[in-house]
Write a protein that binds this ligand. Structure first.
Ligand code: XIL
Length: 377
């Protein structure tokens, strides 16, 4: 046991008493107050105490330009995932070329700072390079897919904690969807549903150590679409398990919205249990909370966002199969939602744990509190 481990173990028994005190108090506010006075510990450490991993998506451009961002990632994150740098568009300048420059920079940054790395994503319907449409056809699709996975997953073999092998394969809301709820993606059109099996088998052969993940959106809310998505995802996972396809975990993206999308803890909890019963691990892979429907008042907005984090994570972490949580970015300064879900009033969006100056927000306290309350893995 290292000195650091010992320190953590010592803190753990202290935390048990603190947790008992927190439970004795009734309001979440008091737990937060405790967290603020005693718990300066970063999220990665609070997660690690429970056998969990916390981290965030990182972006090459921001990471190389902004030393404050880099320092915050080092402080808070036990795992990072390149936001765009390992997608086909970034990795594949042409059919016969791979460019690992940006991915390798992030791997190096992670290694130097004792941070785990996860890969995103080997197969997706988006972020395909321009040459894809004119070059890939039903004759060569399987070989092109295998070659991509063998080379990309092979390049990082032994260095990846996990890979999102297939991303967003289910889309029951699509006009073009298949009867089984599968998205009619370019890969589905070229190869049919077996593209998923091909991808997982190729990934397992290229990197036998990585946790292989099926990553999916629209699984969290108590809506008709999300219910269809959950059912289709479970069907797909059962099919993959039955055919011994090497899938190890489900990634639940968790881009949470509050716009009429109700979160029902019981519904979500049941889904997590169903997934766990298939013998799979679960990762929360892209958590963020949009604040577009709230008033400009920053204090109010931050509080509502934090409440959503608290409600969601306290439910998710009840399931022991959940092994890690990643937010889709760390600071509000760099969030995809600035572009993809801007506010009508043009005020900056605030969906992440740190504000634009890298200060901890109520959302950070909520995540810290959820880790503090989680049972050990
Ligand atoms: C997003 C990135 O954050 C953006 O920078 C990019 O322009 C588009 O993709 N689900 C996913 C992620 O699986 O890859 C997406 O990331 C967000 C939604």
């Amino acid at each position: 046991m290292t000195e650091k481990d010992e320190a953590i173990m010592g803190r753990r028994s202290f935390l048990k008493h603190a947790a008992a005190l927190a439970i004795a108090s009734t309001s979440f506010g008091q737990i937060c107050a405790w967290g603020q006075t005693n718990g300066d510990a970063p999220l990665r450490e609070r997660a690690a105490r429970k056998g969990l991993i916390y981290g965030s998506a990182v972006n090459y451009g921001a990471l190389t330009r902004d030393t404050k961002l880099a320092a915050s990632v080092v402080r808070e994150c036990g795992i990072v995932v390149p936001e765009n740098e390992l997608k086909w568009e970034a990795l594949r300048p042409s059919l016969d070329k791979f460019d690992f420059t940006q991915g390798d920079f992030i791997l190096d940054f992670a290694k130097k700072n004792n941070i785990l790395l996860r890969g995103h994503t080997l197969v997706w319907h988006q972020a395909l390079p321009k040459w894809f449409e004119t070059t890939v056809n039903s004759q060569n699709a399987e070989q092109v897919l295998r070659n991509h996975i063998t080379t990309a997953a092979g390049h990082y073999a032994g260095k990846m904690h996990s890979w999102d092998v297939v991303n967003e394969a289910i889309a029951p809301w699509d006009k073009d969807k298949q009867s089984d709820g599968m998205r009619n993606s370019p890969w589905y059109k070229l190869l049919g549903p077996k593209y998923i099996d091909i991808a997982f088998k190729a990934a397992a052969a290229a990197d036998p150590k990585a946790i292989l993940v099926l990553n999916q959106d629209h699984l969290e809310h108590d809506t008709k679409i999300d219910a269809q998505s959950r059912a289709a995802t479970l069907r797909l996972l059962k099919r993959l398990k039955a055919s011994a396809t090497p899938v190890h975990a489900l990634g639940i993206e968790s881009h949470l919205s509050m716009d009429g999308e109700i979160f029902s803890p019981g519904v979500f909890r049941t889904f997590l249990k169903d997934v766990a019963e298939l013998g799979l691990k679960i990762m929360i892979t892209e958590l963020d909370v949009t604040d577009i429907m709230f008033s400009q008042n920053i204090n109010k907005r931050d509080k509502l966002v934090a409440n959503k984090y608290e409600e969601f994570l306290s439910t998710a972490l009840q399931e022991k199969a959940v092994i890690g949580v990643l937010t889709w970015g760390l600071s509000d300064k760099y969030t995809w939602l600035s572009k993809y879900m801007p506010r009508d009033d043009k005020a900056a969006v605030r969906p992440l744990p740190l504000d634009e100056n890298f200060n901890r927000k109520p959302a950070w306290n909520a995540i810290a509190g959820a880790f503090d309350k989680a049972e050990n893995r």
